[in-house]
Design a protein around this ligand. Structure first.
Ligand code: FE
Length: 400
């Protein structure tokens, strides 16, 4: 399909294009799913003037949004835990009754069909807000079969919805119960059996881990990352969320695509991430839901030139969030990002955090024609409003 989208206010989000890379009265020429030309309508080359015109009535057009950190596929909810916590039940008693272990048990027991149904319900909320690409992590199986089933569901999402996906293997989210007290033993199992098998199946685009007391330490994460690199897979890291584990620096040492959370990131971590070009993925939904008080060092990240993405972290525990627009709002109100940074964080920078910056995340010729058309006057409105979805239409690969 070939057309020229006109009468649009374009937020191109190009690097170095100023805040939003705004073009008033812009035009976007789309050919066979790709952007062929972007600029002011008055400068549209003659060759495109014969193409069919699609007027969008002065609406705002941005790149389709990218949610670069989700745990979308799981069975079981922790809504009862949420309720009990607010009824005054002690945290130890909630954990003793199962905690996140209930999600692992439910996910292990769920069929691929059940997991798909649950994932699609969450995915539909994201798509309704203009998301065109979603990253999905495994990590609620902690055994080979369930980790594979989670990644298969993620990989096949585009057969059920117009969406692009990237899969991330997060077998090192926590130590499986079968290896309780033996994190090294579990990690050996992941490195020797699970990761190679799933990589061989073509189900792994990146490898992630949780660096956290009670999960895995720096030496164990380094061992996993070395295995990932041997397989030619990029890495990401849940880092420095609850304590300073020097996770930012560890991620940077392995040229990670991103380090995520980062509430306790220190100056050495900021510098290491800046030098490595590792993206900082900010997850305000987890910060908000868990009642955290320490914010990620946004001003220091900004000053050091570390690119910041924003994602939902949609998961079964700490971030039951399926609104990327709300994550943008929270990133501004809670973390003090500017609205332009929040939108870059869910477009260009989010694409970079997935290694997809060459094809997604901006309105530029040569990029995929993944667009979101909004009923707003100014792009800052996307982050300003709360509980408001102004999406008019989402276009994926040139198709509405
Ligand atoms: Fe996460």
């Amino acid at each position: 399909m070939t057309y020229v989208l006109t009468r649009a206010r374009l937020a191109t989000m190009t690097a170095g294009g100023g805040a939003y890379g705004l073009i008033e009265d812009g035009a976007v020429a789309v050919d066979a799913g790709w952007i062929d030309w972007v600029g002011p309508r008055a400068a549209l080359p003659a060759a495109y003037q014969r193409w069919p015109e699609w007027r969008v009535d002065d609406r705002l057009v941005t790149p389709a949004l990218v949610d670069c950190h989700t745990h979308l596929v799981f069975a079981g909810e922790r809504v009862r835990d949420f309720e009990q916590r607010l009824e005054g039940v002690r945290e130890e008693d909630i954990a003793a009754a199962g905690g996140v272990g209930t999600v692992v048990a439910a996910t292990r027991a769920a069929s691929q069909h059940t997991l798909l149904d649950a994932a699609l319900r969450r995915l539909d909320r994201l798509i309704a807000e203009g998301v065109g690409t979603v990253e999905v992590k495994s990590g609620y199986g902690l055994d080979l079969d369930t980790e594979r089933r989670m990644l298969l569901v993620a990989r096949h999402l585009p057969e059920h919805r117009a969406i692009r996906e990237r899969t991330t293997f997060l077998g090192a989210r926590a130590v499986a119960d079968e290896y309780a007290g033996d994190a090294d033993g579990y990690l050996d199992f992941v490195v020797r059996e699970v990761l190679p098998a799933l990589a061989d199946d073509g189900l792994v685009d990146a490898v992630d881990a949780c660096l956290q007391p009670g999960a895995f330490d720096a030496g164990q994460v380094a061992r996993l990352f070395a295995a990932a690199q041997t397989l030619g897979l990029p890495v990401k890291l849940h880092a420095d969320q609850l304590t300073n584990g020097q996770g930012g620096a560890l991620a940077a040492r392995f040229q990670a695509l991103s380090a995520d959370h980062l509430e306790h990131l220190d100056d050495a971590g900021v510098a290491a991430m800046a030098a490595a070009g590792t993206v900082a993925v900010l997850l305000p939904g987890a910060f908000y839901s868990s009642g955290a008080t320490r914010r990620p060092p946004v001003a220091r990240l900004r000053a050091a030139g570390v690119a910041m993405a924003v994602a939902t972290d949609c998961n079964a525990s700490s971030s039951p969030l399926t609104s990327l627009l709300l994550a943008m709002n929270m990133a501004c109100t809670l973390f003090r990002l500017t609205p332009a940074e929040a939108l870059a964080g869910t477009t260009r920078i989010a694409a970079d955090a997935l290694g997809l910056g060459g094809e997604l995340g901006t309105l530029e010729d040569g990029k995929r024609a993944d667009l979101a058309i909004w009923d707003v006057d100014h792009p800052a409105e996307l982050a300003y409003r709360i509980g408001f979805n102004p999406l008019h239409e989402r276009i994926l690969g040139g198709l509405a």
